[in-house]
Design a protein around this ligand. Structure first.
Ligand code: 13P
Ligand code: SF4
Length: 324
């Protein structure tokens, strides 16, 4: 057994109950064979269920890492175990590959909060002000934008433009968080993540009272009173890197709750307290869906050429800025 396979089996054993693992064995095997036959890779977001994250993913990470990995992939087929905007981003950055999305119903409340016409209206209201779009947007919105960003590089992207004012969309909370750290004025859109907006400052203060040794690590899509309570704020990969470098003894990851299940295997000495908000869209990706995607070549991401060229430009400008 290779070292990678041993590591995967060990992580699966920690993250997934034995009954569930045994029940999934045949499907995991079928997916492994289909990946080999199709020369395919599975890219999985950090919020995927542990069986997908540890059992079938060739690469895991935050939105920025998945975009970077998709851009350099030489596989014939990329299966995105994530939401639709992540699959579109992969296709935009590597249009020669077949990109498959196991469930086209795996949307995102942020991506759905703003359309291309809204961006055009904002530009008309603020002439000459550049548009920075979070990657949690449709390809059509990216096509109307000057540059994209993720939660891992939003501040750096905003400041890279060298202008006094930018339009920042669609997440008002990420925008507010960036605004706290820069002299650039951000014109915000009223979008929010349906998962992160449910956390609250009083909830975290209550947790701190009950658990005085707790380290609070939060995603910047959370409201400002939540971020004010956090010991660290960062992208999902930023959270993992923080745990790896600081090794706090007791942690609450204030984000989608599969994250804790996934990373607990990597950090056996850290105790995780898990306030659990699940993303219903991420949950639409299943092992069966990944198997069907590989077996039947569905659902292939196809984007119109008029969108591809400007949207790719906005994404490539972001990749040139890199991670903060
Ligand atoms: P990350 O880029 O931090 O992984 O976040 C993506 C996301 O959808 C968070 O809700
Ligand atoms: Fe979108 Fe929120 Fe789900 Fe992330 S957690 S994919 S921002 S709805």
């Amino acid at each position: 057994m290779s070292v990678a396979t041993q590591r995967r089996e060990a992580a699966l054993a920690v993250a997934v109950p034995v009954v569930e693992r045994l029940a999934a064995q045949a499907l995991l095997q079928e997916i492994a064979e289909l990946k080999r036959a199709r020369n395919a890779v599975v890219l999985a977001h950090n919020y995927q269920a542990p069986l997908i994250y540890h059992g079938v993913a060739d690469f895991t990470g935050d939105s920025l890492a998945l975009a970077q990995q998709a851009a350099r992939s030489e596989a014939d087929v990329i299966v995105m175990a994530g939401v639709v905007f992540m699959a579109e981003t992969a296709k935009l950055l590597n249009p020669g590959r077949t990109v498959l999305q196991p469930s086209m119903a795996a949307g995102c409340s942020l991506a759905e909060s703003v359309g291309a016409a809204d961006v055009r209206a904002l530009r008309a209201r603020h002439p000459g002000v550049p548009v920075v779009s979070y990657v949690n947007t449709s390809a059509e919105v990216k096509a109307e934008s000057d540059i994209c960003c993720t939660s891992a590089n939003a501040l750096r992207v905003v400041e890279s433009l060298g202008v006094p004012r930018v339009i920042f969309l669609p997440d008002r909370y990420l925008g507010h968080h960036v605004q706290q750290q820069t002299g650039v004025e951000l014109v915000l859109w009223e979008g929010a993540c349906e998962v992160h907006q449910r956390f609250s400052g009083p909830q975290l203060r209550g947790m701190r009272r009950e658990l005085p040794d707790l380290h609070i690590v939060a995603h910047p899509e959370c409201p400002p009173d939540v971020l004010a309570e956090a010991d660290f704020v960062g992208s999902t990969q930023g959270m993992v890197d923080y745990l790896a470098s600081r090794h706090p003894g007791h942690v609450a990851l204030i984000t989608e709750c599969s994250m804790s299940d996934n990373v607990a295997a990597e950090f056996p000495d850290i105790r995780f307290t898990r306030p659990c908000n699940l993303c219903p869209h991420m949950r639409r990706i299943t092992l069966e869906g990944i198997r069907d995607a590989l077996r039947d070549g569905r659902h292939e991401i196809v984007l119109s050429e008029s969108v591809v060229v400007p949207a790719r430009r906005a994404l490539e400008r972001m990749l040139a800025v890199g991670r903060a």
